[in-house]
Design a protein around this ligand. Structure first.
Ligand code: PLP
Length: 389
């Protein structure tokens, strides 16, 4: 007779689990499935980072419990990267928390700041982990619609004064999952103003902070004057260095929030394996050519995909960052019916937009996580279904 705590009943099943199951069932029929539904980088970690782990692993220093809040050298390494890439100064001792991937921090920040009933502003469509964190804390979500007509940015003017006043926390995420939109300094300045005026903490999810296209490097929230007073940024090595399996992330910025996150983490974990921390520091301070190459590869894949879409009459805006394409579904389909249809008839897995929120309806998300040839083949297979044009 297991009686789960009430906080568990508000927690939805992991959205991608169902998608993986459907894709596996199709593959089990012996079909050649092209899976563009998930966000798992398809290429390995650069060899110099793997070699750094091999070198570090035998060191007995790393076989003991690591320092609770992570090794100083790793915090210094991420501060150095932020200075070089974004011109942002961070004090490694007080403005950096080491996380088990960005995901843990995104969930923990709600537990650090929300009491049951407290309001949190979340983007819709948005990355589902924000909701899980709010649900676990017993918070209440108010959705900020991201509309194509507004470049998939939230419109702070459309949030009622009452809601803005009640909100304690808000999530923003650019380059954006799932829309592929990016944000510039003006948007971040508006965000800092809105947050400061209403006493809201900003959680900026910068998971795709290295992936910007057409010569435009992504802008960090922390580059905005006043950003550190109102919030933190979550940064991760998962996408920048193809290190999703290594689980290395950071919370950066506001000292009080960094210390709250460190405190909650001290009770859950005792920081990452030291060898992983050593290799992560090498990723951040070593040659960055691998990052330039990775971004260029995603851009070529994007261009190849859109060339194929053009051939079959599937029209859409190109993403300006992240590795996701947010594409409209054809007439007569919902996002879920289209995703099921192309899996069944074209053996292509796409993520239905509805999984990212009600404003995700009408779109599907495709990850640029296969070779150019496979991406083009996926589109050509969909083209044979004659749904567009
Ligand atoms: N934020 C966004 C928007 C993501 O898409 C992801 C991963 O898919 C994450 C955060 C979490 O990244 P990680 O926990 O691997 O650092």
């Amino acid at each position: 007779h297991i009686r789960p705590a009430s906080r568990m009943t508000g927690l939805p099943a992991q959205f991608f689990a169902a998608l993986v199951q459907k894709a596996n069932a199709q593959a089990a029929k012996g079909r050649d499935v092209i899976n563009l539904g998930q966000g798992n980088p398809d290429r390995p970690t650069p060899p110099h980072i793997v070699a750094a782990l091999q070198e570090a692993a035998p060191n007995p220093l790393y076989h003991k419990y690591p320092p609770f809040s992570g090794f100083s050298f790793l915090k210094e390494a991420v501060a150095q990267r932020y200075k070089e890439d974004y011109g942002v100064e961070l004090d490694p001792a007080t403005e950096v928390a080491v996380l088990f991937g960005g995901k843990t921090g995104l969930v923990e920040i709600s537990q650090c700041l929300l009491d049951p009933g407290d309001v949190c502003l979340v983007p819709d469509p948005g990355y589902p982990d924000y909701w899980s964190g709010v649900a676990l804390a017993g918070g209440v979500m108010e959705y900020m619609p991201l509309k194509e007509s507004n470049g998939f940015l939230p419109d702070y003017g459309a949030i009622s004064a009452e809601t803005a006043n009640k909100a304690k926390l808000m999530f923003i995420n650019y380059p954006n999952n799932p829309t592929g939109a990016t944000a510039g300094p003006d948007f971040y300045a508006q965000t800092v103003n809105f947050a400061a005026k209403n006493g809201i903490v900003v959680a900026s999810d910068f998971a795709y902070g290295a992936i910007g296209f057409d010569g435009n490097a992504p802008v960090s929230f922390l580059q905005t004057p006043g950003a550190k007073e109102v919030g933190v940024e979550f940064y991760t090595l998962s996408k920048t260095y193809n290190m999703a399996g290594w689980r290395v992330g950071f919370a950066l910025g506001n000292k009080e929030i960094v210390s709250l996150i460190n405190l909650i983490q001290d009770h859950y974990y005792c920081s990452l394996f030291g060898g992983i921390q050593a290799a992560a520091a090498v990723a951040l301070t070593g040659p960055q050519q691998c990052v330039t190459e990775l971004t260029a590869a995603y851009e070529s894949r994007r261009n190849a995909l859109f060339a194929a879409m053009n051939e079959i009459g599937w029209e859409s805006q190109k993403p300006s960052g992240s590795f996701f394409c947010w594409l409209p579904v054809p007439k007569g389909h919902t996002s879920a019916s289209f995703a099921d249809y192309v899996l069944e008839h074209a053996d292509v897995v796409v993520a239905p937009g509805i999984g990212f929120g009600t404003h995700g309806e009408g779109y599907v998300r495709l990850g640029l996580l296969a070779s150019e040839e496979r991406l083009q083949e996926a589109i050509h297979r969909i083209g044979k279904l004659h749904l567009f044009g």
